[in-house]
Design a protein around this ligand. Structure first.
Ligand code: NAG
Length: 391
């Protein structure tokens, strides 16, 4: 454990690499030397120890010459010494939905700790309803939301969720911490899905997203404590928690509560998922299930983080066609329900790509991005006869 801590804290893998043998070998070399007559240069060169040292030196030099290549390989994470080892397992194959299914075992979970997020959650439920998803739908909400100043709006939305989209309302105690950054302080609440042990499997979806098709097939993946996508856009191996197929269990939930208790600045739901499930997770293919809107703005023409350019060419239309779930993530550009200035829009909107050979202008990525934001804004509007604008 101590070793694990020390290694994972290192900023640079090579600086005190566990492979550097310097201390021990040169020490024993000097001791042997003292008890024996001085060897000739030829003897030294032929000695086994000398050859070992040369081999090790070459090895270490190789590491020094290739640090970026090696770092991109993330050897410590692959060895399970730091970060989520399961990141490197191949994405799971998506199964067919069996003929006979007891759908009451499965649920989609949303959590809402503010009116804004309640509006977003309603959109996810509306989509599941419209697309004919068969699993249950649950909404975790803190009872304090109903006593807030917007209580009539909250009440209206909760009723609508129940009446129109068949949502089961589950009142919970918000998991909030005061010693962490405010905008993420309630992100722990989504982990309460692990406590919904009346279900054998739950799909959590972050509601600042657009769902494009039912994900019912995911409930039939082989058993795993959690199935999550890679946070493919980050330079270091990390699991993402914006979509999770999870297995509720009292034991897992106890561990999660312990982690929430311990959490300080920098430790949010995503970090907890990484530390608890880093060696046991299965990987959800991110192209189909975890696309970010920011991918359409990527400055990399090959989109190497998102796909393997040796087997696939970036094609925004195909990417969009294959996507089932798109997460709005263009930080620092605001989320789609927030007001934006012309300057902000100008800054964020993807540029058209000019094809060097033919001179054609390709605006597909730009148009897809704009359409995603426009569609979200339009769908989010909720009116009530009494309250007029609700969302
Ligand atoms: C977990 O679920 C149990 C049973 O429904 C409930 O009594 C308990 O309060 C829940 N824990 C939290 C932290 O929500």
């Amino acid at each position: 454990m101590a070793r694990h801590r020390r290694l994972s804290d290192l900023p640079e893998f090579l600086q005190s690499s566990p492979f550097l043998p310097v201390g021990n070998i040169s020490d024993s070399f000097t001791t042997t030397q003292a008890s024996q007559p001085k060897p000739t240069l030829a003897q030294i060169i032929r000695s086994k120890r000398f050859r070992t040292i040369i081999t090790l030196a070459i090895f270490v030099l190789t590491l020094l010459i290739l640090p970026s290549k090696l770092q991109a390989y993330h050897p410590l994470t692959r060895l399970g010494l730091s970060g989520p080892k399961c990141y490197f397992s191949p994405p799971i194959t998506i199964p067919e939905i069996p003929e006979e299914v007891d759908w009451t075992e499965f649920a989609y979970s949303q959590y809402a700790t503010t009116t804004d997020y309640l509006c977003n959650s309603l959109m996810i439920f509306e989509t599941l309803h419209r697309l004919g998803s068969k699993a249950d739908r649950i909404l975790l909400y803190p009872s304090t939301l109903l006593t807030s100043t917007e209580n009539s709006i909250v009440g209206y939305l909760l009723d609508k969720a129940q009446a129109e989209f068949n949502v089961k309302l589950i009142s919970i105690k918000e998991q909030r911490k005061s010693n962490v950054i405010k905008i993420w302080a309630s992100s722990y609440t989504k982990l309460l899905a692990f406590n919904q042990t009346q279900y054998s499997r739950i799909i959590h979806l972050d509601s600042d997203s657009t769902l494009l098709s039912s994900l019912d097939e995911l409930f039939f993946l082989p058993p795993a404590p959690i199935v999550v996508p890679k946070a493919y856009w980050l330079p270091t191996p990390k699991l993402s928690s914006h979509i999770m197929l999870l297995t509720p269990s009292p034991k897992t939930f106890a561990k999660i509560q312990e982690e929430i208790e311990k959490a300080t600045k920098g430790i949010y739901d995503m970090e907890i998922i990484n530390s608890l499930f880093g060696s046991t997770c299965s990987i959800l293919p991110h192209q189909a299930y975890a696309l970010l809107t920011g991918e359409f703005r990527s400055p990399d023409p090959e989109h190497k983080a998102f796909l393997d350019p040796s087997t696939m060419k970036w094609d925004p239309d195909r990417v969009m066609k294959e996507a089932t779930f798109v997460h709005f993530s263009d930080y620092p550009f605001p989320k789609p329900w927030q007001e934006t200035s012309a300057e902000e829009q100008e800054w964020a909107v993807p540029e058209c790509v000019v094809d060097d050979q033919e001179g054609n202008v390709d605006c597909r990525a730009r148009n897809i991005w704009i359409a995603l934001y426009k569609d979200f804004k339009a769908r989010r509007k909720v009116y009530s006869p009494v309250l007029s604008v609700v969302c």
